[in-house]
Design a protein around this ligand. Structure first.
Ligand code: PLP
Length: 388
């Protein structure tokens, strides 16, 4: 029986070497490896500051906190995302406003955003999600990109780039564009540390606040406490901060993954090309809409959408692929369908027609660096066999 899991991590770079260095150092949590990871990550996306944390969720929380989001503030988020994007808004007692997305890309479009900004002139922050690794249209030649629309209205932009490393928009790396960008190194993301995240920004005040709040609201930087001549017990607490720092063991894995990030991306792009070529003839599915260069896409996911004329339901399709040893996933059951958000904000499916259409048919196929052409062929034949 062929077994092709939905996701598989390969750690065949310098992971073990760097972990050994941490073990030998006698200090396992935040120190030099984390600092090195931050420096290399900032360099790789072209941001002034990078702050390592223990998840993307923590990064999103810290970003909103640093921007002063508080009770009753409105934050615009796509409905087609993971709950973390919206839950952090609730941590601060602010309210998410859910936006419909484009059919085929699952991205918020400038048209939808422009309408939402008119309807909610008091919105404070917009969180675009670079769905599946496809960069959201932040910048455009006509000046009508998502970021440009927000700038005109004084709305801050915190990017949820959990899917989007490495990726580019209009020639710039994701991580160097919005006010703040948040990355995830969760187990199934494009580069991983098991659990981990990174916040990037060019704004020194945001970086400073993030560094204080990620470690208990302590006013001295983590390395400073262990390296500086001033005694490590001598510090002040200037806010009720959080415990969101990244341990050095984690950063060691991150450093090794970062070295191969572009190589891994190219392998996922190979998978995407294979699917786009070999699934194009199946007329009861829609393939992901790609409106950027293939090389600007992080290719975290390959979501297809079963159309109404498909001979099997989405759920049955997933079962049949499972019987053939092929793992799949669904991205996402939209947030307007989740009990907490639906009940709290009285959300109605008819207000999200595109997300509804996507949700009813979406299936994500395996896409990762170690997926062989033989496995890709096996997956494509199985899909064609079930649907034709
Ligand atoms: C994975 C994910 C997150 C959360 O990342 P963690 O590192 O697990 O906190 C946030 N947003 C999206 C879109 C994700 O896919």
């Amino acid at each position: 029986m062929t077994k092709i899991p939905f996701s598989k991590v390969v750690c065949d770079g310098h992971e073990l070497t760097y972990i050994r260095e941490v073990l030998a150092s006698g200090w396992l949590t935040t120190a030099g490896k984390t600092q090195a990871f931050e420096e290399r990550f900032a360099e790789s996306v072209g941001a002034r500051f990078a702050c390592a944390v223990n998840s993307c969720t923590a990064a999103l929380h810290l970003a909103l906190e640093a921007l002063g989001v508080g009770p009753g503030n409105k934050v615009l988020v796509p409905t087609m995302t993971f709950t973390a994007t919206a839950e952090v808004v609730r941590y601060l007692e602010a309210d998410p406003v859910f936006l419909d997305v484009e059919y085929g890309s699952s991205l918020v479009t400038p048209d939808v955003l422009a309408e939402a900004l008119q309807r909610h002139p008091d919105a404070k922050v917009f969180i675009p999600v670079h769905f599946g690794g496809h960069p959201a249209p932040l910048l455009s030649e006509t000046g009508k990109g998502l970021l440009e629309l927000c700038r005109k209205r004084g709305v801050r932009v915190v990017e949820d780039a959990a899917h989007a490393f490495p990726a580019r928009c209009a020639g710039r790396m994701i991580g160097s564009i919005g006010d703040v960008t948040c990355f995830s190194f969760y187990a199934n993301k494009t580069i991983t540390t098991g659990e981990g995240g990174m916040l990037t920004t060019d704004d020194e005040a945001i970086a400073r606040r993030t560094r204080v709040m990620r470690l208990h609201g302590i006013d001295r930087d983590i390395w400073d406490r262990f390296n500086a001549s001033k005694a490590s017990w001598e510090y002040d607490v200037i806010a009720a901060g959080y415990k969101y720092n990244m341990p050095d063991i984690t950063a060691a894995i991150g450093l090794a993954q970062l070295e191969r990030a572009e190589l891994l991306r190219q392998e996922r792009q190979r998978c995407a090309y294979y699917y786009l070529r070999n699934l194009a003839a199946i007329d009861c599915i829609d393939l992901p809409r790609v409106s950027v260069d293939m090389a600007d896409h992080a290719w975290h996911l390959f979501p297809i959408i079963l159309k109404r004329n498909a001979p099997v339901s989405r759920d049955h399709f997933i079962e049949l692929l499972g019987e053939r040893g092929i793992g799949t996933s669904v991205h996402y059951k939209p947030l307007h369908r989740m009990t907490y958000y639906r009940e709290r904000y009285c959300l109605k499916p008819e207000d999200y027609p595109n997300a509804e259409r996507i949700w009813k048919g979406c299936v994500s196929l395996p896409i990762y660096s170690s997926l062989t052409d033989d496995e890709l062929e096996y997956i494509c034949s199985a899909v064609a066999d079930i649907l034709q």
